[in-house]
Ligand binder design. Structure first.
Ligand SMILES: NCCC[C@H](NC(=O)CCC(=O)O)C(=O)O
Length: 449
């Protein structure tokens, strides 16, 4: 059989992880504003998840954190002088922008890019389009280093193609794989790629959310499908329910997750659910795939509980004996409706045969669960061998990274710390050490510091 399997590339949490309330529409981000964060614990929680999956034989890699603060952003908007002067003046005049410049948000790699694996693309290469994340200032700063990191890791241009982000303007608002799901009979066979949008810039007839922003447009999904050379009959564009966005479902991966022949979703995930399901079912039948839809209704789990627990921000992992392992955040065990649902849903003859839960609270408090923390890349054996090996998780790398985190990361950050020039030096020292641990010299460009 084909040797293609899915790798998860998790974001290694950076040393400036903090709670700045930067993501309007993301309930956890807003409600934890100005709380003390613990970057060390955040990084260790993420590493524990990576290690556990690698130890169970899953393909597991990481994407590195990004240089922070983003001095290029601060200079570009008029803050001048030495790093210490820039930080002091920004802290006094524009504290929210300063927090954006420090954000460790690249940890959520589901938003780094959209990925189409080789069997889906016209040229047979794996295509990545870096997400512009232009709905939020702090996230819009990620694209340059994301492109640089992806090109360093997937450097073989005969097998991988990393596209720059779409134009950074509302018409092409793009949040990457968080709004993209791939269905297939097997990871190595051509699949159907479903793009989910919250609005369409040039189609005012579509309903849009009223309270919170829609962070992904249909135009963005269409552009990515074109760039990747996807066959039109294996692409589906569907709309997210705007009422769910208004309840805090800021990405599709807060309310649905799919893999191979399975879609695990909430009844309020999509506009015109019946039509989405029947189209998906018939398109997949054409690929020899029998869709297994696991629908959760609002009577079982209200949208509010889905948002609070991040039930759908889970990972569907291929279980060795068939079926799927559902990897959820620990909050799912603590939410009554959700834990009751899961008790009944796991091992009941449905596709989920095992449940795994992890403590990812540091990330969860900013609205990032297990699925936000990973970017899926399906790779055949040969292409996997061309990925930069220094980012692939194993016990020695895990041990080195734990040591590195313990040496370089603080265990407490408050908003006032973001004016501390010492913190900038600490982050730089940490990332320079990381370049050599990962075997990626020149990963970072420090010319703006
Ligand atoms: N996929 C999960 C993304 C979570 C991310 N949170 C944040 O950026 C919060 C940052 C802060 O508020 O400090 C977001 O909303 O894009």
């Amino acid at each position: 059989m084909d040797s293609t399997r899915e790798y998860n590339f998790d974001g290694l949490v950076g040393p400036s992880h903090n709670y700045a309330g930067l993501s309007f529409g993301n309930v956890a981000s807003s409600s934890n504003l100005r709380q003390a964060s613990n970057p060390r614990e955040a990084a260790l929680q993420g590493l524990a998840k990576m290690r556990a999956l690698a130890a169970r034989g899953f393909g597991q890699g990481l994407l590195p954190p990004q240089p922070r603060p983003d001095f290029a952003l601060l200079r570009r908007i008029g803050f001048r002088g030495t790093p210490a002067q820039i930080l002091a003046r920004a802290a006094a005049e524009a504290p929210v922008i300063l927090a954006a410049a420090w954000s460790a948000s690249p940890m959520w790699t589901a938003n780094a890019a959209t990925v189409s694996p080789a069997p889906d693309t016209a040229d047979g290469r794996t295509h990545f389009t870096v997400a512009n994340l232009n709905n939020k200032l702090h996230r819009s700063q990620e694209q340059r280093q994301t492109a640089r990191s992806l090109r360093a890791i997937f450097h073989d241009e005969s097998r991988f193609c990393v596209h720059d982000a779409l134009p950074s303007t509302p018409a092409f608002a793009d949040e990457g794989a968080a709004n993209h799901t791939r269905f297939c009979a097997d990871h190595g066979l051509p699949g159907l790629e479903m793009f989910v949008h919250g609005r369409a810039e040039f189609d005012p007839s579509l309903a849009a959310p009223r309270r919170y922003p829609a962070r992904q447009t249909r135009e963005a999904g269409e552009a990515v499908a074109r760039l990747h050379g996807l066959a039109p009959e294996r692409v589906l564009h569907v709309q997210q329910d705007p009422a769910a966005i208004d309840q805090g479902v800021f990405h599709n991966d807060v309310i649905a997750v799919g893999s191979r022949h399975v879609l695990f979703y909430h009844q309020h995930a999509f506009v015109d659910e019946a039509n989405v399901l029947s189209t998906l079912r018939s398109r997949l039948a054409g690929l020899g795939v029998d869709l297994q839809a696991v629908r959760v209704d609002a009577g079982q789990v209200p949208v509010r509980d889905a948002v609070q627990s991040y039930l759908f921000n889970s990972q569907l992992l291929d279980a060795p004996g068939g079926g799927f392992i559902l990897l959820v955040p620990r909050e799912c065990r603590e939410n009554q409706a959700v834990s009751r649902y899961l008790e009944a849903a796991v091992g009941n003859g449905g596709p989920i045969v095992e449940l795994l839960d992890f403590d990812l609270r540091q990330s969860m408090r900013n609205g990032g669960g297990p699925a936000c923390l990973r970017l899926r890349v399906a790779l055949n054996g040969e292409d996997a061998g061309r990925v930069h090996p220094g980012v692939l998780m194993n016990e020695p790398l895990y041990a080195r990274l734990v040591q590195w985190v313990e040496r370089h990361y603080r265990d407490r950050l408050l908003p006032d710390d973001l004016a501390d020039p010492q913190l900038a030096l600490e982050v730089r020292a940490a990332l320079e050490a990381l370049e050599s641990i990962l075997g990626l010299p020149g990963l970072y460009d420090w010319t703006d510091d």
